[in-house]
Design a protein around this ligand. Structure first.
Ligand code: FAD
Ligand code: N01
Length: 531
């Protein structure tokens, strides 16, 4: 049964979906957002595992579109916790009365475009369909949690958790033997607090990640005052950076300075904390040789912190450049391995054979466990989009079109799918940037484009295949000159068996990307066609 006609259907009610809803209202378009979760918040609703927090500083990881909201909201810590970020999102939604247009616990399962009527028909798991002119995917880059297919997983008798779908009720690990599989950002965050509670924690590590301290702390009143007094300027400054985050950028080449000066700079950044570590020198990420200085510094720190030499050596990342997998921030991660109740299994030398009722059997023997935590990440960037059966113009299926990897124009549209948009889609800076800033840029750009369509009575917009090919070539060219291709990571799909190996985010930088998008708009939306 067709429920109603809307100007737009939005999928997802995280930072992107909510911001989009508000923008659509400003355009006078009726809109509805469908959200799979039982509440709004996206990432910050789902990832409520112990230790979860952001790694872009709170004062920057927030919406900039409302002066009222940014003035009235007070962040308490340098890197906000998951509950605080979720409270912030709820505050924004309540303030702007966004909830009335959100349908919770509703998954969009399919969408089909009717070219004659320029309408999308959108189907949900609740059985209904909705028709809308515009179909907007705010489904999130990291919203499709994955558990690897380990042999006999179903035989394990204890509870199984995934960091990305953590239960709403508090999980009590007291007196429990806990296993954590995965040592990326989620694992590194949840391992220290779980170790503090559990009777014993076994960490199953496949690849050690490079990690530097967060040095989280309460924000001072002066920091908050300064930021609030200069928000407009600071946001503008962030727009003109590579990553959408304001950091102190090193001014020198790594070869221009002495060994002592190089070490002192790394030491200062290690003590300061945060992802600005990779900006210590201008050319740290331009060659393996340069990168090795930073990698060696972090390796030495691990060996200094972790007392057991074997454990330290197993934690030391080798064989890929620092920053090629996402640099992880930690709060006491390496120190956790000095605790008597924590052990580390190196899966490269001692792989998992299968699961049993009472634990994980590796080649070396059985690890008895009461519960198991998967911190194994996500089918990133394309996972949630491709779970929806999307049929574009002339019956073209998105799953077929993207069989060899995603192809987009600006990461915002894909040819053959008129009136369909992605917020932070593949081919845009997205996960290589401050995501809230990139979300807002997409939403605002799209808002301007839709307003032009409305003003000129256009019913349809689509991306030209040639422009898309040129954009894909540009995205690939930008990635080729960097070290990002030199590691297996979710950036290039290698964490999902069978997924095409394509480097998905745009690494040309936020500043350059914004300039390109503005230029496209100024040139009558070059690369797009209107009907
Ligand atoms: P999401 O927040 O993922 O929201 C998408 C929503 O769409 C989800 O709620 C999902 O349920 C819903 N959805 C998906 N498919 C469907 C469907 N078919 N039907 C209905 N609903 C659907 N980024 C940063 O820049 N800085 C950080 O510090 C940072 N920290 C992070 C920490 C964690 C633990 C994780 C997992 C990610 C982090 N990120 C960070 C990335 C983060 O995902 C983004 O910053 C941001 O929250 C994304 O917002 P979004 O609205 O685009 O997507
Ligand atoms: O996921 P990941 P994540 N057997 O893919 C291992 C954001 N985020 O959830 O490296 C054994 O990074 C896998 O091993 P390997 C952030 O963008 C941010 O941690 O593939 N192990 C790896 O160790 C981040 O990058 C924060 O060899 C297996 C781990 O699981 C993104 O979300 C916090 C395995 C997965 O690491 C994803 O992070 C949290 C298997 N079969 C998340 N399969 C902040 O701090 C996978 N692994 C802001």
């Amino acid at each position: 049964m067709t429920e109603a006609n809307y100007g737009a259907v939005v999928v997802g009610a995280g930072f992107a979906g909510l911001r989009m809803l508000w923008q659509l209202r400003q355009l006078g378009l009726t809109a509805v957002a469908f959200e799979r979760g039982d509440d709004i918040g996206g990432t910050w609703y789902w990832n409520c595992y112990p230790g979860a927090r952001c790694d872009v500083e709170s004062l920057q990881y927030s919406y900039g579109f409302s002066e009222t909201i940014q003035q009235e909201w007070d962040w308490s810590e340098r890197f906000a916790t998951q509950p605080e970020i979720l409270n912030y999102i709820n505050h924004v939604a309540d303030k702007l009365d966004l909830r009335r247009d959100v349908r919770l616990a509703t998954t969009v399962t399919a969408a089909t475009y009717d070219r004659d009527r320029c309408l999308w028909t959108v189907q949900t798991d609740r059985g209904g369909t909705v028709q809308a002119r515009f179909f907007i995917l705010a489904t999130g880059c990291l919203s499709s949690a994955t558990i690897p297919k380990l042999p006999n997983l179903e035989h394990f008798e204890g509870p199984i958790y995934h960091t990305g779908t953590w239960p709403r009720d508090t999980v009590d690990f007291s007196g429990k033997r806990v296993g954590v599989i995965g040592t990326g950002s989620s694992g590194v965050q949840c391992i220290p607090p779980i170790a503090e509670q559990a009777e014993h924690l076994t960490v199953f590590q496949r690849t050690p990640h490079f990690s530097v301290p967060a040095r989280n702390r309460p924000l001072t009143a002066e920091e908050v005052r300064h930021c609030k007094a200069n928000y407009a300027e600071l946001r503008e400054q962030a727009h003109n950076t590579q990553s959408g985050v304001i950091h102190r950028q090193g001014q020198h080449s790594i070869h221009e300075v002495s060994d002592e000066a190089r070490k002192a700079e790394f030491e200062a950044r290690w003590l300061h904390g945060g992802t600005g570590f990779t900006l210590a020198f201008q050319d740290l990420m331009t060659s393996e040789e340069n990168n090795a200085y930073a990698a060696e510094f972090v390796r030495a720190k691990i060996r200094e912190i972790v007392r057991d030499r074997d454990t330290a050596e197993r934690l030391v990342p080798k064989g890929y450049p620092l920053g090629a997998k996402r640099l992880v921030l930690h709060s006491g991660y390496y120190e956790t391995f000095n605790r008597p109740n924590v052990s580390l299994v190196d899966l490269r030398n001692d792989p998992i054979k299968f699961l049993e009722a009472s634990g994980v059997r590796t080649r070396a023997g059985l690890h008895q466990l009461d519960c198991l935590v998967f911190a194994t990440g996500f089918d990133a960037m394309t996972g949630s989009i491709l779970k929806i059966d999307i049929q574009g113009a002339a019956g073209l299926s998105l799953r077929e079109k993207w069989a060899a990897g995603p192809r987009t124009y600006l990461g915002l549209m894909t040819s053959g799918f008129p009136n369909m948009f992605m917020i932070t889609g593949p081919g845009s800076p997205s996960v290589k940037s401050n995501m809230v800033l990139s979300i807002e840029q997409h939403v605002e750009w799209l808002g301007d484009m839709l307003s032009t369509m409305i003003a000129h009575n256009r019913d349809e917009v689509y991306a030209e295949p040639r422009s898309e090919s040129e954009w894909v070539a540009h995205v690939n060219a930008e990635a080729e000159g960097t070290l990002f291709a030199n590691a297996a990571s979710w950036y290039n799909g290698s964490n999902i068996p069978g997924k095409p190996r394509v480097f998905m985010p745009y690494v040309g930088g936020v500043k350059k990307y914004r300039q390109i998008c503005s230029e496209v708009a100024r040139n009558d939306y070059r690369g797009l066609r209107f009907r």
